[in-house]
Ligand binder design. Structure first.
Ligand code: ADP
Ligand code: ARG
Length: 380
């Protein structure tokens, strides 16, 4: 409910109250900060999509807008402003920002997800013919491990920058409650970050099971408040099924195993997501599919990746990246995003997640990886 007295006051002079009820003006100090930060940002040689699309005209058009959660343009772009080495540079401070600030989100979404236009609509969920998904590397020559993950946001909660400390623990308990009833190979335990020893936490990170801590892109986006409250990981005994709670998104559901059997990984992934979705309701949007904190993770929200060794192709990284782009793939380092390759291991995954079905995402990744392996084999 929007308080009408506060709205009236806000229109007259009081920005603080206006912030609370979501109507009224963007506070003067925020506008000043935005103007100053935008000017500085314009002088950088950032290669981010934010830099590419946030023109003076768009900036002036949207800088005075505000969502009913009180989020301003600054809440969305401050990570990109503070980190000019961002690839994207913008986060959805709350679910409404995708529409209130559509003039900047839409071109970035269209660029990242290749041609998903303002009037495009994400297709309905289609897991496809799961049993037809195969092994990308049947002889086990190149692929170290395979992983499929998706992101989910709980209906009724905003995103990180707007979450209260209580909401973090509420999300955590809703999720652990749902996860505790999983059976068979999905049965597992929840390990909260609060109380976890640094050694155990680091080992889980090093073994690629747990999210890292202190991501500067998330920190500048106000996405790490009250850390480690409400954060944690659920996993089965083999650590082939994992769920991250309250890191970048409310929930990340992960299926992971050694080798290149994408079919098995995908099968486990689909059954886990289906089971979980029977127990909790996630936020979904008619146009953008599953809503998440980062515009790169909309739609299916799926990132299917292999850890792969392609030493011949990797001799020329520019070429490998070019090749990846051709197949709509993305190359990351061994420890994920913003990391370098260790022991020649690269993380190669599908890049776009919006505008195509779950099955099409998996197929795109499968076809691309098979092609990359073929090229590696053929190289002298
Ligand atoms: P996300 O995949 O959730 O977007 P990151 O890129 O940070 O986030 O990766 C998270 C973790 O998952 C990192 O430790 C990364 O090494 C690991 N990872 C990604 N793909 C694979 C894979 N195919 N095999 C093993 N670990 C993987
Ligand atoms: N904000 C960071 C950047 O622009 C990350 C973007 C995509 N990755 C993510 N984890 N959401 O480089």
């Amino acid at each position: 409910m929007v308080c009408q007295i506060i709205v009236k006051m806000a229109k007259a002079k009081c920005h603080k109250c206006a912030e609370k009820c979501g109507k009224g003006k963007v506070p003067h100090d925020v506008l000043l900060k935005l103007d100053r930060a935008f000017k500085d940002f314009q002088k950088t040689d950032s290669k981010s999509l934010l830099k590419k699309y946030l023109t003076q005209e768009i900036f002036d058009k949207i800088k005075t807008k505000k969502t009913s959660f009180g989020s301003t343009l600054l809440d969305c772009v401050q990570s990109g402003f503070e980190n000019p080495d961002s690839g994207i540079g913008i986060y959805a401070a709350d679910p409404e920002t995708y529409t209130i600030f559509e003039d900047i989100f839409n071109p970035i979404i269209e660029d990242y997800h290749v041609g998903f236009k303002k009037f495009s609509k994400h297709p309905t969920t289609d897991w496809g013919s799961i049993k037809d998904v195969g092994n990308v590397d049947p002889k086990g020559e190149f692929v170290v491990s395979t992983r499929v993950r998706c992101c989910r946001s709980l209906e009724g909660f905003p995103f990180n920058p707007c979450l209260t400390q209580n909401q973090y623990t509420e999300i955590e308990s809703k999720m652990t409650n749902a996860l505790s009833s999983l059976k068979g190979n999905l049965k597992g335990n929840y390990y909260p970050l609060t109380g976890m020893t640094k050694d155990i936490q680091q080992k889980l990170i090093d073994d690629h099971f747990l999210f890292k801590e202190g991501d500067r892109f998330l920190q500048s986006a106000n996405a790490c408040r009250f850390w480690p409250t409400g954060r944690g990981i659920f996993h089965n005994e083999d650590k082939t099924f994992l769920v991250w709670i309250n890191e970048e998104d409310h929930v990340r559901i992960i299926s992971l195993q050694k080798g290149g059997d994408l079919g098995q990984v995908y099968q486990r992934f689909v059954s886990a997501v289906t089971e979980i979705e029977n127990k909790v309701t996630f936020m979904k949007n008619d146009r953008l599919g599953y809503l998440t904190f980062c515009p790169t993770n909309l739609g299916t929200t799926i990132r299917a990746s292999v850890h792969i060794k392609v030493p011949k192709l990797a001799k020329d990284m520019a070429k490998l990246n070019e090749l990846a782009e051709k197949y709509h793939l993305q190359v990351r380092g061994t420890r994920g995003e913003h990391s370098e390759a260790e022991d020649g291991i690269y993380d190669i995954s599908n890049k776009r997640r919006l505008g195509l079905t779950e099955y099409e995402v998996i197929k795109e990744m499968y076809d691309g990886i098979v092609e990359i392996i073929k090229l590696e084999k053929g190289k002298t």
